[in-house]
Ligand binder design. Structure first.
Ligand code: NAP
Length: 282
């Protein structure tokens, strides 16, 4: 039986969490959250809430009024909720964006960004490798890339090199990695220990490549944080060269796992969450 099906029936005592976004119908967050609540034996439920663009701050107020325990936050509300929260984590302060809202004991709402820790947790779960002392190339400079660049620097990467189409955004992203961050060129990709695609290239029906696969080589670790499709053309090209290459599923699970811990104060049941996600995707 799937962990989602073993969820207890909703009662007056059930605590509500969820995900806000636009669109949100296809979000995998409720699957992950409900699997975690079931595995932890908690009378909690997670529900997707479609919230139109421009209404993120109002959704945060609704969370406060309705007493929701926590919300995951996806596009296009990540910046708005970071501004509207009562307090923010260091990551949110630096990134200006949040993907997780936590109701504190005094009913104040704290904004967190779990993408950076989710990336690091996912990388180690997949590859048994950490970024410490390693050169990481981040392709892209959007919200996810910025969280990853900052987290890699904080976790001790020796260099965080950012390659992005738009130079000005690459500079902002590299700046988040502090003294180990720098803007780089595609040619620098060959020098990396770990190469991360954090662009939207390869997502959905896009068959594009975020960089020329000829710049990759064996011995590197390649991560494509895109998880739809599970194997992007870039990931397939890396694997065809015998390179260790991982998709975005582990990051997705681990960023949700960090949110579960923020909400419940309990270690997240990562194995149960992964299993529920795989069941859903299969
Ligand atoms: P975003 O903020 O919109 O950033 C998109 C990035 O992709 C920008 O750097 C943009 O470059 C680049 N880009 C877009 N089209 C491009 C093209 N044709 N050629 C080169 N670069 C291009 O997006 P995001 O929120 O960071 O998300 C990025 C991806 O990560 C999405 O696929 C998302 O689903 C995935 N993601 C996965 C997880 C996970 O848990 N696995 C978590 C978060 C995000 P410019 O700066 O030049 O516009």
């Amino acid at each position: 039986m799937s962990p989602v099906l073993s969820m207890s029936p909703v009662s007056g005592a059930t605590r509500v969490a969820g995900v806000i976004g636009d669109p949100v119908t296809h979000s995998l967050s409720p699957i992950l959250h409900n699997a975690a609540f079931a595995a932890l034996g908690l009378d909690w439920v997670s529900v997707p809430f479609p919230v139109a663009a421009g209404k993120g701050a109002q959704a945060l107020e609704a969370m406060r009024t309705l007493g929701f325990a926590g919300l995951s936050v996806t596009t296009p509300h990540k910046d708005a909720v970071a501004q509207a929260a009562d307090e923010v984590s260091d990551a949110v302060e630096a990134l200006g964006a949040a993907n997780c809202l936590v109701r504190l004991a005094d009913a104040r709402i704290r904004a967190e960004n779990t993408d950076g820790d989710g990336f690091l947790g996912g990388l180690t779960a997949d590859s048994d490798v950490t970024v410490q002392g390693r050169t990481v190339v981040v392709l892209g400079a959007g919200g996810a890339a910025r969280a990853i660049a900052r987290a890699c620097a904080q976790a001790g990467a020796s260099q965080v090199l950012v390659v992005n189409r738009t130079a000005q955004r690459a500079e902002v992203c590299a700046g988040l990695a502090g003294s180990v961050g720098a803007v780089a060129e595609p040619a620098d990709i060959s020098d990396a220990d770990i190469v991360v695609n954090a662009t939207t290239v390869g997502m959905g029906a896009d068959r594009g490549l975020p960089c020329d696969p000829a710049l990759l080589h064996r011995g590197q670790i390649v991560v494509d944080i895109v998880y739809n499709p599970l194997e992007t053309p870039w990931l397939a090209a890396a694997r065809a060269q015998g390179i260790e290459a991982f998709n975005g599923l582990a990051m997705l699970v681990h960023q949700a796992a960090v949110a579960i811990t923020h909400w419940t104060g309990r270690p997240a049941p990562v194995a149960a969450m992964t299993s529920a996600l795989r069941t859903r995707l299969n």
